[in-house]
Write a protein that binds this ligand. Structure first.
Ligand code: UDP
Length: 475
């Protein structure tokens, strides 16, 4: 463990602050990174968090927690739309930087208590690891002379797309035109216009603002840790290192969930472990796991088609139907006769322990919305995918799954029961296409696992390189 000595006193663990964006797909990788820094590098961790989607500190007794008032208006919080929350949170923090400053200083003082009681000493926290969406927090940290490292919870390809956003507009790729959707974007090979980062619910202008703020946060930081692997995106990482050559650090440390303990205990919904017992009763590689992450939603017609497509495929499945999966529906109801039709072969739950599910021997395929965490979790277990991207970076993740790694395919177009049934059979059936994808998924899993190997693996050594910025400690 790394440690340092203050003024002749006993060696103390160094402290790092982490501040995730309060959404599931951002909290998990940050908590895994915090876990790795704590367990591997011996760093003490303080988690800054908002009341909006607050974490449960009792699940992380090894960390300290400090709440930062988020200023998100009640109606924005209730609607829970990610871009609106990000903008509202940043606006509130920019309007009242003293509040953020107090929380950061408090966290730093917590660290000071453990060391000497020299009141004139600078904040003891060596560094703040922030989500790229938290520019307002970075600005305050800058004032406090607290260096920031940005954790990017998306792919290296996605970060390249963000850096290229002004160029994509200048050259007319964006905003996307219907007639150009299949046009290749050679600057971001293998992406097409339809794969570029886009939102269905926020205006393009709003997206431009959010992305410009992300790139500013990245450029102003002391380094970036990306939740990806040299095995997955070697060319993208190499290009990024050129594009961000002023940064002292640009590290691929993923998949982060493989570097720290399996569960972070940071799930915002209760995970239903009864599905593991059910999976134990199913033959190896037979079950299709179906989940669209924490935010993606479908309309009620699509929901019914998915249900019957799964039922008619004849393959066993485990389907996550979370409370807000269907747009404009307070209660999600499965179609009449569905439960009878799939008895013993299908299980529906509200929220899964996804990493355990994907690691289970009975799971042979994953129908996913291609959120980056879900994609990494599938890749990490060698599980091939049916991709149904919905928005943001999911289209480009699906493109990499299909075109670059060959470990799955996209289910495009209208979501009808026949198409669903066909896709499930293609992935899970005995045909050669499914078999080849399964084989490639295992190859990719092995390559990613090599990067995670102790001492020699690039993701493993990335954590050591990240902690090197705390050594020697800042004066
Ligand atoms: N997840 C989970 N249980 C579920 C579905 C998802 O624990 O039933 C977790 C999943 O393991 C992943 C995260 O939620 O870590 C979703 O992140 P992702 O980036 O895939 O998608 P998002 O929710 O951000 O769209």
């Amino acid at each position: 463990a790394r440690s340092f000595t203050t003024g002749g006193g006993a060696p103390r663990a160094r402290r790092v602050l982490v501040f995730p964006l309060p959404f599931q797909g951002h909290i998990d990788p940050m908590m895994h990174l915090a876990g790795a820094l704590h367990a591997r590098a011996g760093l003490a961790v303080t988690v800054l968090h908002t009341r909006f989607n607050a974490m449960d500190p009792t699940r992380h007794p090894e960390f300290r927690f400090v709440e930062v008032p988020d200023g998100v208006p009640a109606d924005v919080a209730a609607a829970g739309r990610i871009i609106d929350v990000i903008l509202a949170m940043n606006a509130a923090m920019e309007a009242a930087p003293a509040v953020v400053r107090a929380a950061l200083a408090l966290s730093a003082m917590i660290a000071e208590e453990e060391e000497d009681d020299n009141e004139a000493a600078p904040p003891r926290a060596a560094c703040l690891v922030i989500d790229a969406h938290l520019l307002a927090v970075q600005r305050v940290a800058e004032e406090l002379k607290l260096p920031t490292i940005v954790l990017r919870t998306v792919s290296a390809a996605c970060l390249r797309c963000f850096l290229a956003y002004p160029m994509l507009h200048d050259k007319g790729y964006l905003p996307p035109q219907e007639s150009q959707l299949h046009m290749p974007v050679p600057e971001l090979q293998p992406l097409r216009v339809k794969d570029l980062y886009q939102s269905k619910i926020s205006s393009h202008e709003m997206l431009r603002v959010v992305i410009a703020r992300i790139t500013e946060t990245v450029r102003n930081s002391s380094g970036v840790v990306i939740n990806t692997s040299e095995a997955l995106e070697p060319a993208e990482l190499q290009k990024l290192r050129g594009e961000l050559s002023h940064l002292p650090l640009l590290l691929a440390a993923g998949p982060l969930h493989k570097l720290s303990s399996r569960s972070t205990g940071s799930s915002l919904l209760d995970q239903d472990y009864s599905c593991i017992g059910w999976l134990d009763t199913q033959p190896p590689g037979s079950v299709l796991y179906v989940s669209f992450g924490s935010l993606a939603a479908m309309d009620s017609g699509e929901f019914i088609e998915v249900a019957w497509g799964l039922a008619n495929s004849g393959h066993p499945f485990l389907w996550v139907v979370r409370p807000n999966l269907v747009q404009h529906a307070d209660i999600v109801q499965l179609p009449d006769g569905f439960e009878e039709a799939v008895k013993g072969r299908g299980m529906v739950i509200r929220w899964a322990p996804q990493q355990e599910v994907l690691a289970h021997a009975a799971v042979g395929g994953f129908w996913t919305h291609c959120g980056w965490n879900s994609t990494l979790e599938a890749v990490g277990e060698g599980v091939p995918m049916i991709c149904r991207p919905d928005a943001v970076d999911q289209m480009m993740n699906a493109r990499y799954v299909e075109e670059v790694w060959g470990v799955g395919f996209e289910l495009e177009g209208e979501l009808g029961r026949r198409e669903v049934e066909g896709a499930v059979r293609k992935l899970m059936g005995r045909g050669s296409e499914g078999a080849e994808m399964r084989e490639r998924a295992q190859d990719l899993r092995r390559k990613v696992a090599e990067c995670l190997m102790e001492r020699s693996g690039s993701s493993h050594t990335a954590i050591d390189e990240a902690t090197a910025i705390w050594d020697p400690p800042p004066k």
